[in-house]
Write a protein that binds this ligand. Structure first.
Ligand SMILES: [Zn+2]
Length: 363
């Protein structure tokens, strides 16, 4: 077997990897690696492994020069990452282009500015650099495959997944072979096994994801979208989202995320106090914990989008994760009785005027 993992991704919503001056000039591998590490951390914590807080004072190595289960693969000070990532060579010829979405025509309403990301197919190659102690390459690729398949099913890849970007399909993954044990080595000399729980770092515990499929009937999707905002411009840029010239490489995107976020913010204002709202939906300098994707076609008459995130067990003011999830489920019309059409007046569906939808909630 080859020691390189090669996967093919196909974007369902634009991929954003960061770049320069707030635009994306090319595909930056660092943006993909940062996202993979974030997910890998969440998986390791969720499966009972040890993961340090790479942003805090608990980062690896510890005083004995030991590394956690995440740094063993993704590297840290004094320890090279296990692999290098080679992305495709692609230059963004329209890196200054952006789509502006305004929900109100007031002068003080800034609206959203969506920069041009990457849409299409791309090959990602993971090239071995350093085999972590106790691992085989097959195990390393299995864990990366698990991470990528979680991203494919429930989340997003790269940056700005809060704002619609990063839904991908992935091909070429390894199936996970658990052998009845944990998916990574439990015994290695330099393993940190003394890490306290980090309540402010992501874990698959406390993770939720909602996938929504809806139909807009025979309406033109561009017109449908524009009817749900005050202003969406320029038209060329909106056209790019729906453009399907190479339909085998990319499909249309319905850039719905900002509109959903607008309604989510309204819902949050009437249900959560400022501190909780800022923690969940972000504020300057703090990213949103709740991610909303744009919509992408799943069959000839349905679009799909996702809302997902990791919610800490407790929030300011004694608000619990379970309270937040209950509120979100009400807003989305999820109920234990599977009564999709809630009578509440402030559900997302009433705000969007969507009547025909299916929703799958996972937590
Ligand atoms: Zn670590």
């Amino acid at each position: 077997m080859t020691e390189t993992l090669t996967v093919r991704i196909r974007t369902l919503t634009p991929l954003w990897t960061g770049g320069i001056d707030g635009t994306m000039d090319r595909i930056h591998e660092t943006g993909i690696l940062g996202s993979l590490r974030w997910w890998y951390e969440a998986i390791v914590r969720g499966l009972g492994g040890y993961a340090c807080d790479p942003t805090g004072d608990d980062r690896c190595p510890d005083r004995q020069g030991r590394y956690c289960d995440v740094c063993a693969v993704f590297g840290a000070t004094g320890l090279q990452r296990a692999f290098r990532l080679e992305g495709p060579v692609w230059w963004n010829r329209e890196r200054g282009s952006k789509l502006e979405i305004k929900m109100r025509n007031a002068r003080d309403h800034r609206g959203w500015h969506l920069g041009r990301g990457f849409l299409g197919e791309a090959t990602l190659q993971f090239v071995p650099l350093r085999l972590p102690e106790g691992w085989s390459w097959r195990k390393v690729w299995e864990m990366l495959s698990l991470t990528l398949s979680w991203i494919e099913c429930w989340g997003g890849l790269g940056a700005r997944t809060q704002q619609g970007y990063g839904v991908v399909e992935v091909e070429g993954l390894y199936p996970l072979n658990l052998d009845g044990g944990k998916p990574w080595p439990q015994q290695r000399r330099n393993r940190r096994d003394n890490i306290r729980h980090h309540p402010d770092r992501p874990s698959l515990d406390g993770f939720f994801s909602a996938k929504v499929r809806f139909s807009i009937g025979n309406q033109d999707p561009k017109k449908w979208l524009c009817e749900r905002a005050a202003n969406i411009f320029p038209d060329d840029e909106l056209e790019w989202y729906f453009h399907q010239a190479n339909s085998s490489q990319r499909s249309a995107v319905l850039p719905l995320a900002s509109i959903v976020r607008f309604h989510l913010r309204n819902f949050a204002r009437s249900n959560w106090d400022d501190q909780v709202r800022h923690r969940l939906l972000g504020e300057p300098g703090q990213k949103s914990l709740i991610h909303v994707s744009h919509a992408y076609p799943v069959n000839s008459n349905q679009w799909e989008f996702r809302i997902w995130g990791w919610i800490p067990a407790s929030l300011p003011g004694g608000v619990l994760r379970s309270d937040v999830l209950t509120d979100l489920k009400q807003w989305l019309g999820v109920s234990p009785q599977r009564l999709w059409h809630s009578s509440r007046k402030d559900t997302l569906w009433q705000s969007l005027n969507i009547t025909d939808f299916d929703l799958y909630w996972f937590e």
